[in-house]
Design a protein around this ligand. Structure first.
Ligand code: SF4
Length: 727
């Protein structure tokens, strides 16, 4: 193990826990948090901020930001700063739980009891009746092993994960245009140098605040920032220009911007000629998106379209470069992949991808949203971003796994489709590191599906809402209690070393999978370093080639971005400089047309609901709702709506509001503001119960990526009573 600083320590206790392999750092820190600390990374979002986990003099675990990690430079958001709190046994699962029979309560059980039960339930069914639902927070090693467990042990095609809800639209569109899907194709710090940024559907001030320092540096050096969001978020407030479109109309907006770029002579003709194909089709497709028509479709003034097109092209031409960045606000739609294609078309027409400080990029959300989709837990993929229906890919991976390629199942159903099969085609389901009861669209239907399963097993850190209805609950080790790699939003592969022993009756996910596999007559490894080495071999030669990356190199402090394999051992911080990853090396324009949202408002449901996150909570809230400081900062859901809309419905600040869609009803206190469009209401999606936002959302799927339409559905609203009435 690499050690930095001036001392070494093998073990230090913390409240009965043991810090193992402790790395002692030399930089000055308050005496109260010295001398024992371990360099690690945040367990939450894809920024993967560097942090030190330390034990204070009064034996408390805490984290501080690492100033030497270039992505966050010491900054942490409140979630990251409180990451150690969840390690407290009081906040988490500490023993396996078993429900002896349906309708009976969960009781504590031994590991042998629960693993034997899981294995028996899986063995009693054919592979077609068993499903796996993974998570975008799992390490690369776990995502890889989960895919292997499904395909080589259970032999089932039924595996997908919650990353389908996060990145699938951008992934599909990037693969289609560039032949590769890697979040940012450049390091985060490149943001600082670019001249102009168009940030679409991202509220980074709330979701990943430390990244703001790069936006700030960009603007302090004369850069320009425009934000596209139906709400005037804290991010939008910092922009030079805020475009506030109707939710679900981003495709029309992007086509409109491209129309202006072409009409006003801003296109980079030499780049289009030399580096792309398909431009003529796109030129014809956007001819009908003149600014005044786009203003009618989106609500964005034509003048703003012209201003954005001009600033982006001026910056691109000046050599400072320009960037178009998208996130879930633009991607989580039933036309999400087409919408991302429209943004990529705009970037290509301006000649941005592959140029210095320039390009298109989606901002990955979940901690390992990037690596999680590269190594086999996605329904249609094998490790290395290989396609499961590609015979050569099947042969390669089967050889690494020591199985017959013909024994590997084919593509399975996507996340929403898989959950919808529960209780019918699929009768037993393993959920690992995910909480679909809260995070899935049309959540009441999903809950009914999961409750109708004959057998549900959940492996998680906490007793999530999904775990509460399971037949078996497996307590899993956390980020600081096991080694593993994560791939951040910039394609950087990071090693999180094991720093603590987990509580006695807690096991790592690798140990859990191995325990079930052994009872089914198969062998899976439990050592993360060995699993990563195998992952490297399985990915070798694939699009996401990790074969030259090792725990050892990462431990030695090397900065490695994938692809990193034969001929690219130094890794690839920046993509597309010479060529794209397509067969002919050119990027593809793809003509796309705006068709409207899957569900447009009507007389019964006259408003648009959009959903998102708040600063102090993360995803389904299963972890962050258990952290006291975060719970206090964001204790409950709310319905954000414009003062004019509120007034029209007799709603005041704090009034309980009932929001109804075609799927169901949610109730939460009103937050009245003038920062959101008057035709749109917003709800955060972190909470269960009456305020569960995903009770309302539309499971309509993007035909290409199978992304659900999280970000817009039609609703009506009513005042339900004063605050506290539904408590
Ligand atoms: Fe953790 Fe993301 Fe916050 Fe950084 S921004 S501290 S990675 S949650």
């Amino acid at each position: 193990m690499r050690r930095r600083g001036n001392a070494q320590d093998k073990a230090a206790t913390s409240g009965g826990r043991t810090l193992v392999g402790v790395e002692i750092r030399s930089e000055a820190r308050p005496a109260s948090v010295r001398p024992k600390s371990v360099a690690t990374h945040c367990p939450y979002c894809a920024l993967q901020c560097g942090m030190d986990l330390a034990r204070s003099a009064d034996d408390k675990l805490s984290v501080t930001g690492r100033a030497d990690f270039p992505v966050n430079e010491g900054a942490l958001c409140g979630k990251g700063a409180a990451a150690a709190d969840l390690l407290d046994p009081a906040a988490r699962l500490t023993a396996p739980l078993l429900r002896p029979a349906k309708g009976e309560p969960l009781r504590e059980a031994t590991w042998d009891e629960v693993l034997t039960r899981v294995a028996r339930e899986f063995a009693d069914r054919g592979p077609a009746q068993v499903g796996i639902f993974g998570g975008g927070g799992l390490t690369n090693e776990k995502a890889y092993q989960l895919g292997k467990f499904a395909r080589a042990v259970l032999r089932t095609p039924n595996i997908d994960y919650n990353g389908r809800f996060c990145m699938s639209s951008a992934a599909f569109a990037q693969n289609r245009a560039f032949g590769i899907d890697r979040g940012l194709p450049f390091p985060v710090r490149d943001l600082r140098a670019t001249g102009a940024i168009l940030l679409v559907g991202a509220n980074v001030a709330d979701t990943m605040p430390p990244i703001l320092q790069h936006f700030t540096a960009q603007r302090e050096s004369g850069g320009w920032l425009a934000v596209v969001d139906p709400r005037r978020t804290r991010t939008a407030e910092q922009a030079d220009l805020h475009l506030q479109p109707l939710p679900g109309t981003d495709l029309a907006l992007a086509n409109g911007l491209l129309h202006v770029v072409l009409a006003e002579g801003h296109a980079d003709k030499a780049y289009i000629e030399a580096r792309t194909t398909g431009f003529e089709d796109v030129r014809r497709a956007v001819a009908g998106y003149w600014p005044e028509r786009v203003e009618r479709l989106t609500g964005v003034p034509a003048g703003q379209l012209r201003a954005v097109a001009q600033r982006l092209s001026e910056s691109a031409r000046s050599g400072r470069g320009a960037m178009i960045l998208t996130a879930r606000g633009s991607e989580q739609h039933s036309d999400g992949a087409a919408t991302v294609s429209a943004w990529i078309n705009l970037a290509l027409a301006l000649g941005l991808p592959g140029r210095p400080h320039s390009g298109y990029a989606p901002l990955t959300g979940q901690g390992n949203g990037q690596g999680g989709r590269e190594h086999g837990q996605k329904a249609d993929q094998l490790p290395g971003y290989r396609k499961i229906d590609d015979p050569a890919a099947r042969r390669h991976v089967a050889a690494v796994w020591g199985v017959d390629p013909d024994s590997l199942p084919g593509p399975g159903p996507s996340a929403v489709e898989l959950l919808d099969k529960c209780g019918t085609d699929i009768t037993a389901l393993l959920v690992m590191g995910s909480n679909p009861l809260i995070s899935t669209p049309d959540a009441s239907r999903v809950e009914a599906r999961l409750r109708s399963l004959e057998f549900l097993v959940v492996a998680d850190v906490v007793l999530s809402e999904t775990a509460l209805i399971a037949d078996v609950v497996l307590p899993a080790a956390q980020w600081a209690e096991e080694s593993g790699t994560m791939t951040s939003l910039e394609g950087r592969v990071l090693l999180r070393e094991r720093a603590l022993k987990p509580p006695r009756e807690v096991r790592t996910d690798l140990e859990i999978l191995a325990g079930v596999a052994s009872r089914l007559g198969s062998e899976l490894g439990t050592d993360p370093e060995a699993v990563f080495e195998e992952l490297g071999r399985a990915s070798a030669g694939g699009t996401a080639d990790y074969s030259a990356i090792s725990h050892q190199r990462l431990r030695a402090g090397e900065e490695l971005f994938w692809p990193c394999g034969e001929g690219r051992r130094a890794g690839t911080p920046r993509l597309f400089g010479e060529r794209f990853h397509t067969a002919d090396g050119r990027a593809r324009f793809v003509a796309v047309d705006y068709q409207g949202a899957a569900e447009e408002p009507d007389a019964d449901y006259p408003y648009r609901l959009t959903t998102g996150r708040v600063l102090a909570q993360y995803q389904s809230g299963a972890q962050t709702r258990r952290v006291e400081s975060l719970r206090k900062a964001a204790p409950e859901p709310f319905v954000e709506l414009h003062a004019d809309l509120a007034s029209a419905h007799g709603i005041a600040e704090g009034t309980l509001v009932t929001v109804t869609s075609r799927r169901g009803t949610a109730t939460a206190p009103a937050r009245v503001t003038r920062s959101i469009r008057p035709d749109t209401v917003f709800m955060p999606f972190h909470w269960p119960g009456a305020g569960r936002a995903n009770t309302l959302t539309n499971p309509a799927l993007d035909p290409n990526s199978k992304m659900p339409a999280f970000k817009v559905c039609a609703v009506r609203i009513e005042a339900a009573g004063p605050a506290g009435a539904n408590a």
